[in-house]
Write a protein that binds this ligand. Structure first.
Ligand code: NDP
Ligand code: OXD
Length: 312
């Protein structure tokens, strides 16, 4: 018999177990590594995990596919994983919808100047600002993958210009698309609300630094729902302190959480959420993994297969 080991939140794992026993009773489901003790480790073909242990391959030498519980896979150490083991990231509708809601909430909060109105409330100040209708906003999204494209669909009904930046060229209806490092300056120059949805790779590490931020128009705002280490946080703070950036909404930081003394926590122009923009939903995520296992068994390509050289 083939076995699958789930390494993650126990409560959500129960929902995964129910889904698997209903649809694949032939596949033995183990909830947690403890539960896998005593089983014939050579029988484990699949692991589903957020953070797998470093010695995963020693424990399960016949592992065929590692399914990430996250859409990002930068935190998974593959140094000891044989090339034949496939890594699949999470591409599922529940997480996608979460991310759309988060980014639409953040963009509309900024477009409607809610940070300033909250500050005014603290000062007991009743004062209407120049309405957003008077201004033309461009929302620029970095990362035109599964999540970036879903966010565009979410933003389509609102009165904003849409632009996007990716590694390779894309053509998306209603979106001005830019590609590659050579197009980055043009993309940033006209972006008022910048949304980061890039995977963390060696090419995107510390991408958002002082020189990058300088390219944004004065008063621009930044929403980070990608990864914390893509930002040089001191450069972000400097840009906020100088007023070059008027606000930042950060769902991800470096490290997570930030130390209590970190100035970003208390900065008047920063909102922080604790890495909650998108999470996989047990039922829909289990469904996607079940379908992928079916495809793998039939020798078909799986959705979300990571290119281990490219890093996403
Ligand atoms: P995808 O792999 O579908 O899309 C990645 C996009 O980034 C692609 O458009 C790709 O370009 C682009 N990209 C990659 N490298 C570069 C580069 N060097 N320069 C320019 N563009 C680049 O990923 P998802 O949309 O599913 O997820 C994106 C990220 O969102 C995840 O990796 C994760 O870090 C983050 N995330 C955060 C969550 C949270 O709760 N905060 C939840 C889920 C995900 P191309 O199309 O040309 O290949
Ligand atoms: C993810 C995340 O990558 O939660 O899915 O950040």
């Amino acid at each position: 018999m083939n076995h699958l080991v789930y390494i993650g939140h126990q409560g959500r794992g129960q929902q995964w177990r129910e889904e698997f026993s209903r649809q694949r009773p032939d596949l033995v489901f183990h909830l947690g590594l403890e539960g896998s003790e005593g089983l014939e480790s050579h029988d484990v073909r699949y692991v589903v995990a957020w953070q797998p242990p470093k010695d995963l391959i020693d424990r399960f030498p016949n592992l065929e596919v590692l399914f990430s519980l996250g859409a990002g896979v930068d935190h998974i150490d593959l140094s000891r994983m044989p090339p034949a083991v496939k890594l699949v990231r999470m591409v599922e509708p529940g997480l996608r919808q979460d991310m759309v809601e988060y980014v639409v909430w953040a963009v509309l909060s900024l477009k409607r100047q809610i940070p300033t109105y909250l500050q005014q409330q603290n000062q007991i100040l009743w004062k209407a600002l120049e309405g957003p209708q008077a201004l033309r906003y461009r929302v620029g999204v970095m990362g035109l993958g599964v999540l970036g494209q879903a966010v565009f669909r979410g933003l389509q009904p609102f009165d904003v210009d849409l632009a996007g930046w990716s590694r390779t060229p894309h053509s998306l209806k209603g979106v001005k698309c830019y590609a590659g490092p050579e197009a980055l300056a043009d993309f940033l120059r006209d972006t008022h609300i910048l949304v980061n949805l890039l995977p963390l790779t060696s090419a995107t590490h510390h991408l958002v630094n002082q020189a990058f931020l300088e390219l944004l128009p004065a008063g621009a705002v930044f929403i980070n729902a990608g990864r914390g280490p893509q930002v040089v946080q001191q450069d972000l703070l400097d840009a906020l302190d100088r007023g070059h950036l008027s606000h930042a909404i950060l769902d991800v930081t470096d490290p997570e959480p930030l130390p209590a003394s970190h100035p970003l926590w208390r900065h008047p122009s920063v909102w922080i959420t604790p890495h909650v923009a998108g999470h996989s939903h047990p039922n829909s995520a289990a469904q996607v993994v079940l379908e992928n296992i079916g495809r793998h068994e039939m020798g078909l390509p799986m959705a979300g297969l990571v290119d281990r050289v490219r890093g996403y």
